[in-house]
Design a binder for this molecule. Sequence first.
Ligand code: WT7
Length: 636
Amino acid sequence: MANEAKEMLGDVFTPSPEIVANATVKSFEEMTRLADKDLQTFWGARAEEFEWFKKWDKVLDDSNKPFYKWFVGGQVNIAYNCLDRHVKTWRRNKLALIWEGENGDLRTFSYHALNREVCKFANVLKSMGVKKGDRVTIYMGRVPELPIAMLACAKIGAVHSVVYGGFSVEALHGRIEDSQSSVVITCDGSYMNGKIVELKKIVDEALKRAATVEHVIVYKRTGHEVYMEQGRDYWYHELVALPIARAIGNNRCDTEVMDAEDPLFLLYTSGTTGKPKAILHTHGGYMVGIATTLQWVFDLKEEDRWWCSADPGWITGHSYIVYAPLLLGATSFMYEGAPTYPYPNRWWSMIEKYGVTVFYTAPTAIRGLMRFGEAWPNRHDLSSLRLLGTVGEPINPEAWKWYHRVIGKQRCPIMDTWWQTETGMFMITPLPVVNLKPGSATRPFPGIEAEVLDETGKPVKPGEEGFLVLKRPWPAMLRTIYGDPDRYVNQYWSKYPGVYFTGDSARKDEDGYFWIIGRVDDVIKVSGYRLGTAEIESALVSHPAVAEAAAIGLPHEVKGQAIHAYVLLKQGREPSDALIEDLRQHVGHEMGPIAKPEKITIVDKLPKTRSGKIMRRVLKARAQGLPEGDITTLEE
Ligand code: WT7
């Protein structure tokens, strides 16, 4: 590992003079100095870019750590700043969203049109009794109605909880129940890889297990037949056609005045132990943080066409498909389906067709598409691109260089952005004007203070591995874990008092560049998707043949990590290939296809501590033929 790191340190990519000349922020150092001098003035100035119903009294209130508050006393609505603010200007005629379906369907929305659709749907939600503070679960494919539903919730002050459309029954049920949602918004199905994902069927099954839901709104995407329950299920297109949707006769709906600290959304993510936790983000600070980072890091200009290839169901999509691009009045492209459908040139063909200028994706996708060879991208004119980005996991230098050479034609700097569901916004990231080292996310964004600590809380020496922490609050930070403030404190603020613990390990080199290594907890990153061992294990244990299960992540060439599971069968159950396949299918049914273990091994014993905790670390070491480390707590 040490040698590999040294090798990587060898390459430095310097931005061209044109890029520097055109960049909005020309000096990273200057901005960092400004923020360090006075953090509150720095973020206060960023907040001035937006329309507030009432200006804040104080930028940061840190009187009740770690429950920080931002823009205290301010009144604002993020949806107002995404839509209402723009439709008052020439931007009403600008494209907000360009969407291509997997089957080639094309839909575009000007700011005017997007605002109209959001207003109509907001009126529908209101007429169903959804009020400020109510939770709404959104479980849809990647269609424009997904961001429309999110914005409609934000507009009326409801709190959305988007569940990724690749999750399945139990994952969805758990998230509906924990958030106590009374309304679920879904689709009949979604297209992926030429096949239909049966979203409505999954909702029906999840609702048999959840009692809080009164209404289900179904957007018709595929048109295949689905079950509709009388009095519970309604078609989206029928609701938005009702006179109530066009309240005030003109497709309008007033935007709710929110407190800066009022909740905007919940997003479930997996953590160290137990079930997924609901990360809570708010209207004011989140808005300021995500817009500033998108503007500076990807240097978005009025004429740009931005494409973030993530799914809106994850934080990347929340921040950088839906909210931040609209806050900046940008034009976003969104694609429904798989990158290789029908051929591995699909993404490259759309970059050419729509003239995408800034493209942001995940290392796993780059590695996956690399396998098909250069001929696929080389068939397309990719000269519109000027900046590239990655997120989700460390990018290996080989993939970085391929992306840089084959996609960016050695012209486009790559912004490797490190951040988390919890941080809401980019935290360690280059700006286009800094020197790049393939595999490093470079340095903390202005105003952010990151450090690498050893077990005792002392900074490690340059080049040494340690725990990555953040030492100052930032505006888009999570405010709490919904319904479990103690867990918020324990999970993030207790390892080192007063310091935010990221759950990642990292190194910092002599130049102050950060190199993220990976998670130090029970989080597995499969193709950049964050999954918890606990959820996978509980899906396995819910199978009638399984007594106990342990899941670990092992290195995988394309996915980064792949899930390996070890299963102890109940007495009287015989191991067989058919049973193993059945277990994989069961996990897929309960959790979703991404959680299906790569490999399941039936064992008659799991390594445990004397207190009965499974030692996944030992399983991991054994599977890779590595030393088992400290096993003094291992039971006989
Ligand atoms: C974890 C957070 C933030 C959007 C997507 C992931 C890993 C994220 C990078 C990067 C190395 C990265 C970390 C982090 N991660 N970006 N550029 N380089 N690792 O959000 O699902 O909350 O996962 O993703 O391990 O802790 P998430």
